[in-house]
Design a protein around this ligand. Structure first.
Ligand code: ADP
Ligand code: MG
Length: 350
């Protein structure tokens, strides 16, 4: 039995299709991150799972039970939004206990759950404060606490870190990961941030334009993307794309190579170019090279080793690391990709 099962879920607003036909199976205890650009339908999908939005077609099951017409409060979900959505006139403790009181849980049980959740989230000293007396990070922890005390079958997070500053985002990300280990619950987490997706997920669902592009472990999406969209979306700095190659059977093709899979070499390099820009990050540096591949190529070098701006360099891909995509963006593999040749070049940079 799956914790969550989506079967051909479709959604249209006024006849305009927003979700195409979403199939997804989530195992109990998994941390699933749905990632994709703004407007691709992530929040709509999460709201459908929560019952806050009706789907146009398809079926939705939570722990095997059909949920298509079950109201949100009966679905056993705990949801955390980007905007914390706390009641300003209630204390932290009252914000966290409100839903439990409505459910008619005994007072002692409510108190016990609040203490436990507050302990996990380091909220004990803040329980009597109002939301306005808290920082953004603390408010978001309260919103998470409010979901935890309900002991939901499914946690749903919609971009919960987007309103936090960079440092707090990293800290809260770690806390959410630890919380998942502690609680062992099933979590569905929506973000447009591929770094968040890579660091949190057991399984990433990449969406674009209302379609699921690929589902897999972060490593799988990074190393083995099924199409150009996934290859370009996952990874930072982005994969380099070089157009104008020819594939044996497929006509024109695009080559893809990640910055760390390009090496500087003078020995029969595949491409040559001039270093135009350099980003030194301490542990490594990224060189941006105006190349005779007709695109700027980004190369990672370890530490600060390597050439300076203005230097001419040669570049080759590491063996087996060059990916190939057909004119529709679909990844070509095996035989089809084996025969990729760059088209004859006309530009010489030096
Ligand atoms: P995401 O969360 O990935 O940024 P959303 O799910 O919020 O995307 O939105 C997906 C698409 O659906 C967008 O084009 C958005 O404008 C549209 N949309 C969302 N909610 C509504 C609504 N209530 N009425 C009409 N269109 C909507
Ligand atoms: Mg959204």
């Amino acid at each position: 039995m799956y914790a969550l099962e989506l079967e051909k879920i479709k959604k249209a607003f006024d006849g305009h299709e927003v979700l195409a036909s979403i199939d997804l199976k989530v195992e109990q205890g998994d941390f699933v991150v749905i990632v994709g650009p703004s407007g691709c339908g992530k929040s709509t999908l999460l709201r459908i799972i929560a019952g806050l939005e009706e789907h146009t077609e398809g079926h939705l099951r939570i722990h095997g039970e059909l949920m298509d017409t079950v109201p949100p409060s009966k679905r056993g979900i705990g949801m955390v939004f980007q905007s914390y959505a706390l009641y300003p006139h209630l204390s932290v403790a009252d914000n966290m206990s409100l839903a439990l009181k409505r459910e008619g849980l005994p007072k002692a049980e409510i108190a016990q759950r609040i203490v436990t959740a507050a302990g996990m989230l380091a909220l004990e000293p803040l329980l009597q404060r109002r939301p306005s007396q808290l920082s953004g990070g603390q408010r978001q922890r309260v919103a998470i606490g409010r979901a935890i005390v309900r002991q939901p079958k499914l946690f749903l997070f919609d971009e919960p870190l987007s309103n936090l500053d960079a440092e707090l985002r990293v800290n809260t990300r770690l806390e959410i990961a630890q919380l998942h280990r502690t609680l062992g619950g099933t979590m569905i987490y929506v973000t447009h941030d591929q770094t968040e997706a890579m660091t949190l997920a057991d399984k990433i669902v990449v969406m674009n334009g209302g379609h699921v592009q690929q589902v897999g472990h972060p490593r799988e999406l990074y190393n083995d993307p099924v199409n150009l969209f996934v290859a370009g979306f996952i990874g930072s700095p982005k994969m380099n794309f070089i157009g104008g190659a020819a594939a044996r059977a497929e006509g024109s093709a695009t080559l893809g190579i990640r910055p760390e899979h390009l090496v500087l070499t003078d020995n029969a390099p595949r491409w040559r170019g001039v270093v135009r820009h350099l980003e030194y990050l301490g542990s490594d540096s990224f060189l941006f090279i105006n190349s005779d591949a007709d695109v700027e190529l980004c190369v990672r070098v370890v530490g600060s080793a390597g050439p300076a701006i203005g230097d001419t360099v040669g570049l080759s891909p590491l063996p087996g690391k060059l990916l190939c995509f057909d004119a529709n963006g679909t990844r070509l593999r095996g035989d089809k990709a084996a025969d990729i040749k760059p088209l004859p070049r006309t530009v010489v940079v030096g």
